[in-house]
Each structure stands twice: as structure tokens, then as C-alpha cells.
Design a protein around this ligand. Structure first.
Ligand SMILES: Nc1ncnc2c1ncn2[C@@H]1O[C@H](COP(=O)(O)OP(=O)(O)OP(=O)(O)O)[C@@H](O)[C@H]1O
Length: 453
């Protein structure tokens, strides 16, 4: 109900709030319009009221025009890497600062440029759950963010039926993203049955993974050959599935995961990693069918999943409660047509003896690589890795030249018993003494004595 008192117009509160709920901002437009019509405002107030009405109507008009006009749209699913590309690009756009609905993320894994940020817990903002207008190369575009069950799908629209400008935007996002992920390995994990990029890891040079040199070269050559450009055709002509499998086995801390990551970095491949202990056969099948061509699939600790030896009844029963993936489910996936061509499978285990023969036979595990505890050679190389002189870096041990470090390394290694400590343990000790190679040598015997107890 309206009432007029001394020239002022009042609306009943319930009426105004209903208008505001249905059309945010429109209530105040009505008030201003009524006051204008009543003609009881001074000239400044009238000007402000007119401008206010114009702005608010313009906002509704743009939205209305957008809705009725023909628009081109590109949809980007949360589970597609294009989502990461777009979100990474959006976070740097000026329109983010004016967005009315934002999500704050601490060191989001999607962002590429924050990887080495020195700021503690950097927060990034992205538009969230709403529609946002922005200009791109002279075109007015709208970004729609739709939140569904804690995830968000994105849509970008432009006026007109030609999607060229949208494609050009996505291409720009892709280029920026690829620049940001250079010299890094993208690690994908499964989330709710879909692959999702979980993190970016810096490429670790394969030379820093210390193992038997001959064995390392043999594996690297095998992978090089497999990934050779002509190889896909070679396999196809012979009707052999184009895939390769490696089983890395050995005690914890011997470099199996490090080797897998380095290999991915060397060949610029992404890693798709799976813990078999928390997925079902059908999810496994689906995830394998969605792998891109040319990637590394890393199945870590396969012995811990429910895929132990068939002849071990106790182990099977114990495993059944731990995992929904069955041995036959895994074998089907490894052999099946759903497995992408050109994929490299790496399985790791601390207990090769717990694995079924079927899983480790050639064709599924083409090469079995034993990662061993540290011997003299590995200890020597680890020492040299920690204390080597690097150009353009502030050195902790500038007083020692390469020859001296080599001699120290031999001395150090002679004091570390063979096949007792993992490379991870030796490395951890060396890092404690990283400022002084001579301390490493003088303290190693007492460390060995203590660590062996
Ligand atoms: N052979 C090695 N050469 C260089 N560094 C190594 C080596 N082995 C282990 N390390 C170091 O030890 C740490 C643990 O290694 P990693 O995770 O690769 O071992 P793993 O064999 O995969 O262990 P797990 O079986 O427990 O998964 C890493 O930080 C890595 O740098």
C-alpha cells in the first residue's frame, strides 16, 4: 500500500521487499521514478535519480538482449583440462576484480603461475556461480559459472552464431597454460570416477635418479624406441597393441616413484596415477577408457590392492576387504581395447612375490626393473649429487674442487655397508650434512651404527 505525505511517496515494506527479491535493484528504481513523477525533487537529485534509473534499466536491457539474441557458446566441463586452462586465464583478467561472486582458493592446484610463489598461502580469486560480462578483443562476452555438487562447469557465450572469437579465446588460454606447465609434469588423479589434474611437479632430470647405469640405459632405450614416431605404425602393421608395461619393484625409498616422474618429464608425458585400493572394476575400466593417447599410467603399490596371487587364499580374503578392484578386473583393463594406444603402464611394488604371475607376465609387464638398496656405486653417486659444484649457484662447499669431491665420495661410500640402507635413507643423512662434505665423512660411521640398531 502506498501513502503520500507531504509530497513523499512511501511503499509498504512487504511490497518493496518482494520487488527487490524478484528483481534486485528494481525497488529503488520505482521509488526514484515515483519521486521524479511527483516533481518534488531539486535539480541535482532529479539528475541522480534519472541516471540511476538509466543504469539499472540498461543492465536489465543487456541481459534481456543477450537472452533473446542468437549466441554462440562454448561449454567447458570441470573434468576436462580445458577447465584448468580457462580458470588459469580468467584468474589474471581485470574483470575478476569487478565480479560480484568470487571463489577464493589458497594455492589452487589449477593455477600454474603460483607454483613457486614465495608468498605464504597465496590466495587467488575466480568468478563463481553467476554470469559475468567482459570484453575480449573488442567483443563483449559472458562467462557463466554453474555450480553443481561442489564442482563448477563453465560456459562462455558471444553474440552471433560465429564461435570464432570463443575458439580464439580458448586457444589463448591453451597457449598460456602450456607455457606455464613447461618443464613440469602434470599429475592426474581420479576424483569421483573422473580424471582430474591434481598437481604440477617440476621435471626431475633422470640423471638425478641413481641406479645401476646399465639397467637405467636399457630402460631408457626401451622407452625411447617405444615412443619413436614410426613405432605406432610398426605395431599397427603387425596387429600388436601399441602399449608397453614396466614393473618397478624393490624396497621402499629406492627410487621407483622418482624414476617414473623423471621418465614422464623426459618425454613430456602426463602421469595418470591410480590407487587401486579405493576404486571398483567398473570405475577402473572407465578411467582407462578416458586416458589420452601417449601418457604414463602409474599404478603404485599394486601388491596392496586386491590383486594378489590367486593361490594365496588368505591374501585374497584380506585384500577383498581392502579393495574393490579384482585381479580379473585389472587384467581385463590392461588387455582390453579400452586401454588407450600409446600408453605406458608403470606398476610399482615393494613385494613382487605377492603379485600374481598373470599380472607380471610379458605383455602386461614387459620389463621388470629391480630397484635395489644402496651399494658402493649408488652411495658414491648420491654423495656426488649432493656436493657437486653447480655453475651460477651459491655453493656451500666452495673450497673443494671436483676431484676432491670424487675422492670424498669414494671414502664416504666405503663406510656405508652395501644393501643395508635405501638410497632415500643415505640421501636423508647426506642432506643433514649438506653444508660440509667433510662432516658427512666424519659422521657417517656413527650414523651407520645408530641406524642399524
Ligand atoms: N635411486 C635414487 N636416486 C636418487 N634419489 C632417490 C633414489 N631413491 C630414493 N631417492 C630419494 O628418496 C625419496 C623417496 O624415493 P621414491 O619415492 O622414489 O622411492 P620409492 O621406491 O618409490 O618408495 P616407495 O616404494 O615407498 O614408494 C625421493 O625424494 C628420492 O629423491
Amino acid at each position: 500500500m502506498n501513502s503520500i505525505n507531504g509530497g513523499a511517496i512511501y511503499h509498504s515494506p512487504s511490497q518493496m521487499s518482494l520487488i527487490d527479491i524478484l528483481f534486485p535493484g528494481l525497488g529503488s528504481v520505482f521509488v526514484s521514478a515515483q519521486q521524479l513523477l511527483a516533481g518534488n525533487l531539486d535539480s541535482y537529485t532529479r539528475l541522480f535519480c534519472t541516471l540511476g534509473i538509466f543504469v539499472i534499466f540498461a543492465r536489465y536491457a543487456v541481459r534481456y538482449f543477450w537472452d533473446i539474441s542468437e549466441a554462440s557458446t562454448i561449454y567447458v566441463s570441470y573434468y576436462d583440462e580445458a577447465y584448468d586452462m580457462l580458470v588459469d586465464w580468467i584468474a589474471d583478467q581485470p574483470f575478476v576484480h569487478n565480479a560480484h561472486s568470487l571463489i577464493a582458493r589458497v594455492r589452487s592446484t589449477q593455477r600454474t603461475s603460483n607454483l613457486y610463489s614465495t608468498k605464504k598461502k597465496p590466495v587467488t580469486f575466480s568468478p563463481w556461480d553467476g554470469s559475468f560480462l567482459f570484453w575480449y578483443k573488442g567483443h563483449l562476452l559472458v562467462l557463466h559459472c554453474q555450480v553443481k555438487e561442489h564442482r563448477e562447469d563453465l560456459r562462455i557465450s558471444s553474440i552471433g552464431l560465429n564461435a570464432k572469437i570463443l575458439k580464439s579465446l580458448i586457444e589463448e588460454c591453451r597457449e598460456k597454460y602450456l607455457k606455464g606447465t613447461q618443464k613440469k609434469v602434470s599429475v592426474f588423479e581420479h576424483r569421483e570416477g573422473e580424471w582430474k589434474k591434481a598437481r604440477l611437479r617440476p621435471v626431475r632430470p633422470i640423471s638425478t635418479v641413481i641406479m645401476d647405469t646399465e639397467l637405467k640405459n636399457e630402460i631408457l632405450k626401451d622407452v625411447d624406441e617405444f615412443l619413436d614416431q614410426d613405432m605406432q605404425g610398426w605395431y599397427a602393421e603387425r596387429g600388436i597393441p601399441y602399449k608397453r608395461g614396466y614393473l618397478l619393484f624393490g624396497p621402499p625409498g629406492t627410487g621407483k616413484s622418482s624414476f617414473s616422474l623423471s621418465l614422464a618429464g623426459k618425454h613430456e608425458l602426463d602421469i595418470y596415477t591410480l590407487q587401486l585400493s579405493n576404486i571398483s572394476d567398473s570405475t577402473l575400466m572407465r578411467l582407462f577408457s578416458e586416458l589420452p593417447p601417449h601418457c604414463i599410467v602409474l599404478l603404485e603399490d599394486v601388491d596392496k590392492a586386491g590383486v594378489g596371487r590367486r593361490d594365496s587364499v588368505d591374501a585374497d580374503q584380506e585384500n577383498e576387504s581392502k579393495s574393490a578392484v579384482t585381479l580379473s578386473g585389472l587384467l581385463n583393463v590392461l588387455d582390453g581395447v579400452s586401454s588407450q594406444e600409446g600408453r605406458i603402464l608403470i606398476m610399482t611394488t615393494n613385494h613382487i612375490e605377492h603379485l600374481d604371475e598373470a599380472l607380471i607376465r610379458p605383455g602386461r609387464s614387459d620389463k621388470k626393473i629391480h630397484f635395489k638398496l644402496a651399494d658402493q656405486n649408488i652411495s658414491t653417486q648420491l654423495f656426488r649429487t649432493v656436493f657437486k659444484q653447480l655453475p651460477n649457484q651459491k655453493q656451500c662447499n666452495q673450497e673443494y674442487d671436483d676431484e676432491t669431491i670424487k675422492a670424498f665420495a669414494r671414502d664416504f661410500a666405503s663406510k656405508v655397508p652395501d644393501q643395508v640402507f635405501s638410497p632415500a635413507e643415505v640421501l636423508s643423512f647426506l642432506l643433514e650434512c649438506k653444508k660440509s662434505p667433510s662432516d658427512a665423512i666424519s659422521c657417517v660411521e656413527s650414523w651407520v651404527a645408530k641406524a642399524k640398531i
